[in-house]
Design a protein around this ligand. Structure first.
Ligand SMILES: C[S@@+](CC[C@H](N)C(=O)[O-])C[C@H]1O[C@@H](n2cnc3c(N)ncnc32)[C@H](O)[C@@H]1O
Length: 355
C-alpha cells in the first residue's frame, strides 16, 4: 500500500525496494525536495538514512562520518525546524553517544534532550550481507561481512501519523496512519457514499475524505462529546465546508432501524463504504459487551449499505471479530484480515464485501 502511495504521490522517486530483515519499511531515493515525503499518509515516519561502513558507533565521531550525519540532520531541519534531538539506540546513554551528542550539538546548535528531543536520530546495525566472492577450490565460499551501521534521522519533529488536523484529542482515537490504510483498503471511488460508524473523533472519516473525493460522508456515534471532537477535527481538516460536506449524527450503530432512520437522508441513500472502529478495552465499552457490539455493527452496517458495499472494521477484539464474521456469513463475505501494529497493540483490519 505504501509503495502504491509513493508511486502516486512522489512520481520522481527511484529505486523503491524492501529493507532486508524488515517487513514494515521501504527504502527509496528521492531526487526532489525532501519535504515531499511529508505528504505520505500511509507512512508512520520518514527517515534520511546514512549507512556507515564502520565496526562500531565510536567511529561516527571521525570527521567524514560525522559530516554525513550532520548533513542528514540539516536535511531534516530544512523540512521542519527542531531545537532538540535525542537518540534511539541500544546504548544511547553510553559515553560513546554522550560524545556524539556533544559533537552534534557543536555542529548544529541543537540541544540534546535524551527523553523528549524532537528530532530523532536512530542508530542500528545495517542489514546483514553475505559476501559470496566466487569459487575457491571449486566451491563458492559464503562469508558474512560486517553489516556496518545505519543512522536514521527522522524527517520532521513528529511522526507523520501526528496530523495537523487533529485538534480534538479523544481517548482511544485511531492512529491516523492506520486510518489512512483503512480508507484505502475500502477502495477509493469518488462516487462512494461513505459511512463511518462508531466514529469517535472522526479519524477514519477524515482520512477517507482527505484521500479522495466522495459522494457523501456521514459519521455516527452515540456520544455527543465524540461528535463534537469529530466536528472540530473535520473543521481543522477543512472538510466541513467542501463537498461532500460531511454530516455527523447521533445514533446507535448496532440498531439497524434507528441507524437507517438517521443516515439514509444525509447519505443520499445507502452506503457504499462503511468504516468502523468499535470500542476496545474499557474506554468506551467493555470486553464483555464486545460480541454484542460487533455482531450488531455487522447487522446494522448491512441494513444501511448498498449491494456490493465494502465494510472495513478496525478492531482490537480479535477473537470476537473472527467469531462474529463467521456468524454473519449470510451478510458479509470476508475478503482480508490484516494485522497492524499500534502502540504495543496488534489490532486487525477486516475487509468484508456485502452479499
Ligand atoms: C474506539 S472509539 C472510536 C475512535 C475513533 N476511531 C477515533 O479515531 O476517535 C469507539 C467509539 O464507539 C462509540 N460507540 C460505542 N457504542 C456505540 C454504539 N452502539 N453506537 C454508536 N457508537 C458507539 C463510542 O462512543 C466511541 O466513540
Amino acid at each position: 500500500m505504501l509503495v502504491d502511495e509513493v508511486a502516486a504521490t512522489l512520481p520522481a522517486v527511484r529505486g523503491v525496494r524492501d529493507v532486508p530483515g524488515r517487513d514494515d519499511a521501504v527504502a527509496l531515493a528521492l531526487p526532489g525536495p525532501l519535504a515531499e515525503v511529508a505528504a505520505l499518509r500511509t507512512a508512520v515516519a520518514a527517515w534520511v538514512v546514512v549507512h556507515l561502513d564502520v565496526p562500531r558507533p565510536k567511529s561516527f565521531a571521525s570527521p567524514e562520518h560525522l559530516r554525513r550525519i550532520v548533513d542528514a540532520v540539516y536535511a531534516s531541519l530544512r523540512v521542519a525546524g527542531s531545537s532538540t534531538f535525542r537518540f534511539e539506540a541500544a546504548g544511547a546513554d553510553s559515553a560513546v553517544f554522550a560524545r556524539l551528542a556533544g559533537l552534534l550539538h557543536e555542529a548544529t546548535g541543537l540541544q540534546h534532550d535524551p527523553d523528549a528531543g524532537d528530532l530523532v536520530v536512530r542508530v542500528r546495525r545495517g542489514a546483514r550481507r553475505d559476501a559470496t566472492p566466487g569459487a575457491r577450490g571449486g566451491r563458492a565460499a559464503a562469508r558474512e561481512v560486517d553489516p556496518g551501521w545505519d543512522v536514521l534521522v527522522r524527517v520532521g519533529p513528529r511522526p507523520l501519523s501526528a496530523r495537523t488536523w487533529r485538534v480534538a484529542d479523544f481517548p482511544g482515537a485511531a492512529n491516523a496512519t492506520i486510518a489512512a490504510a483503512v480508507a484505502r483498503l475500502a477502495g477509493l471511488r469518488p462516487q462512494d457514499r461513505v459511512l463511518n460508524l462508531m466514529a469517535g473523533s472522526g479519524t477514519l472519516l477524515v482520512e477517507r475524505l482527505l484521500a479522495a473525493p466522495a459522494a457523501a460522508g456521514v459519521g455516527v456515534d452515540l456520544d455527543a462529546a465524540a461528535l463534537d471532537a469529530a466536528r472540530a477535527n473535520l473543521e481543522a481538516a477543512r472538510l466541513l465546508a467542501r463537498p461532500p460536506r460531511p454530516v455527523l449524527v447521533r445514533a446507535d450503530a448496532t440498531d439497524a432501524d434507528a441507524l437507517r432512520a438517521a443516515v439514509t437522508e444525509p447519505l443520499g441513500g445507502a452506503a457504499d463504504v462503511v468504516l468502523a472502529d468499535p470500542p476496545w478495552g474499557t474506554l468506551h465499552g467493555s470486553h464483555a459487551d464486545a460480541p454484542r457490539l460487533h455482531a450488531g455493527l455487522l447487522r446494522a452496517a448491512h441494513a444501511v449499505s448498498a449491494p456490493g458495499a465494502r465494510l472495513v472494521v478496525l478492531t482490537h477484539e480479535v477473537k470476537v471479530m473472527e467469531r462474529v464474521v463467521r456468524d454473519a456469513a449470510d451478510l458479509w463475505v470476508p475478503r482480508s484480515a490484516t494485522r497492524v501494529f499500534a502502540k504495543g497493540h496488534h489490532p486487525r483490519i477486516h475487509v468484508l464485501d456485502r452479499r
